[in-house]
Design a protein around this ligand. Sequence first.
Ligand SMILES: NC(=O)c1ccc[n+]([C@@H]2O[C@H](COP(=O)([O-])OP(=O)(O)OC[C@H]3O[C@@H](n4cnc5c(N)ncnc54)[C@H](OP(=O)(O)O)[C@@H]3O)[C@@H](O)[C@H]2O)c1
Length: 250
Amino acid sequence: MKTAFVTGASAGFGKAICRALIADNYRVIGGARRADKLAELKRELGEHFIALPLDVTDAASLDAACESIRDASLHIDLLVNNAGLALGIDRAQSADAKNWERMIATNVTGLAMVTHKLLPAMVEANNGLIINIGSIAGTYPYPGGNVYGASKAFVKQFSLNLRADLAGTKVRVSNIEPGLCSGTEFSLVRLAGDQDAVNALYRDVEAIRPEDLANTVVWIAGQPPHVNINSVEIMPVAQSYAALNIARNL
Ligand SMILES: NC(=O)c1ccc[n+]([C@@H]2O[C@H](COP(=O)([O-])OP(=O)(O)OC[C@H]3O[C@@H](n4cnc5c(N)ncnc54)[C@H](OP(=O)(O)O)[C@@H]3O)[C@@H](O)[C@H]2O)c1
């Protein structure tokens, strides 16, 4: 049985990815800060789901989590670096510095450090797949995207650079870049619990769903070993592009 480690397993994409991987006969280790949510998922998913309370921004927590994986003699075949968040939608000039720090600590440092911990064993076994969850915000700028978008641009380039370093090994790396998705806590977290603003964002829009993302993860993981899906950009049909902004009479 293959083993997957999914960060951010307590909600949204991560939870759906755990469900889909269990259905695809994986043993799944799910990490997140909220132990109660992980325990709930454990009750639902049963013996092949291992709840692993974890804060990716805390080095000691990450050390302890990786130690418990080693102690259980589990080889990670699939790492899904999904834990992440956006905080605020203010323009850069009025954004809260604390929000920037937390986004960088989680989306950039946290993702890099989880990878740093688990990659050597994958290379040693000459087997493994890392699926990073980036965002279309890492490619397309928008007002208020500032540090969140930049953190996802890091995920995009880190994924490509990992591939460069892993040349000559069988370890694979993919980056999934989703657009607007409903059914997760992402926007409620970003908009500081303002449910009216969340409702306004998703009003009359059929966004992608966590299950769509989970299907994509299972599809990537199901490719034959000689195939590396470098990136997948996935948006709802209802989302597309706007023209570049032009400020007149500047
Ligand atoms: N929803 C979208 O529209 C969208 C679009 C593009 C990309 N994404 C990306 O997709 C990923 C998942 O987002 P989502 O929509 O599923 O959001 P979500 O429902 O808010 O889930 C985020 C998950 O990350 C975990 N997490 C946050 N900080 C953490 C930390 N320090 N340590 C460990 N776990 C942490 C949360 O668990 P705890 O709070 O229990 O720690 C939660 O399980 C993120 O990387 C996000 O940037 C989302």
